[in-house]
Design a protein around this ligand. Structure first.
Ligand SMILES: [Fe+2]
Ligand SMILES: [Fe+2]
Length: 281
């Protein structure tokens, strides 16, 4: 098929809805040390669907609270501002990520499962290597494949051509995507992150998640997302066609001071966690 034009890509990026006002307001509030749990509660109260999603995520097995978190104020107090911020962003993109993306061989719900699992794995890796911002790692993991939402419409047509190229030339999926479409999901996802005014480290982690060696803004963050993606791949969680000939960069392990055994421990933590039906809802 013909290559996609830059104009088409920019149009498609612009077609994705902006982040809801409620989310932007929560982002601002969580930046401000003067804010209270009550302030965040008040803002989220304007959007009941969002509140329900936030509470569902806060009650997922990952956070492991024995008693049910029933209100946003409780969630803020128990989880803290930064974690709530990540959860609210996750709640905002959940509908979009839930859809079926057949261009990437992802059934309905699979990209959402993959994104959540990658977010959790990124946070676990971040904790293991004592990275200071666990919630940034969570959000980067959550959004790393968001570009698939945009490129899906073109990948639907190019699917067979891309898969054939991967098999014939034994090149990673993303390179084949690049060669056939002229764009790949990582770079397109980064453009969307920019449009959403997300911080530059996040934009970079999305853009370089398959080539962590090229990161410069925050190499560690990108390396964490890359390894988390590899963890999800090894567990077979929502990888679809993106997992074809996936090259894992050993340099990422060295950079983070994480061993193969550490990654195996994370896989086993993840396996325990995912055995709970409330995880990745
Ligand atoms: Fe990817
Ligand atoms: Fe991925």
């Amino acid at each position: 098929m013909e290559k996609v034009s830059l104009e088409n890509i920019l149009e498609a990026v612009n077609d994705v809805p902006a982040l809801p006002q409620v989310v932007l307001r929560v982002m601002q509030l969580t930046e401000d040390p003067e804010s209270t749990a009550q302030d965040i509660h008040k803002v989220l109260d304007q959007d009941q669907a969002m509140t329900a999603r936030v509470l569902r995520l806060a009650n997922s097995a990952y956070y492991g609270f024995a008693r049910r978190i029933a209100t946003v104020s409780d969630a803020v107090v128990l989880l803290g501002f930064k974690t709530i911020r990540g959860i609210v962003l996750a709640a905002a993109v959940s509908d979009l990520l839930q859809k079926r993306y057949e261009g990437y061989a992802l059934e309905e719900g699979e990209l959402w499962r993959h994104s959540q699992a990658c977010a959790i794995a990124s946070r676990l890796i971040a904790r293991r290597c004592r990275f200071t911002n666990l919630d940034l790692a969570y959000t980067a993991g959550l959004l790393h494949d968001i570009g698939k939402v945009i490129l899906n419409r073109y990948m639907k047509e190019a699917y067979h051509e891309v898969v054939e190229l991967v098999t014939a030339q034994e090149i990673p999926f993303m390179n084949a995507e690049d060669q056939i479409l002229g764009f790949n999901h990582a770079m397109v996802g980064a453009r969307l992150a920019e449009r959403w005014s997300l911080p530059p480290q996040l934009v970079e982690a999305i853009e370089k998640h398959h080539q962590p060696g090229q990161a410069s803004e925050d190499q560690k963050l990108t390396a964490m997302v890359h390894l988390a993606d590899a963890v999800c791949l090894s567990m077979g969680i929502g990888i679809g066609v993106d997992g074809l000939l996936y090259p894992v960069y050993p340099e990422s392990l060295a950079l983070l001071g994480v061993s193969e055994a550490d990654l195996e421990a994370i896989v086993s933590d993840m396996t325990d966690l995912l055995s709970d039906p409330t995880s990745l809802q």
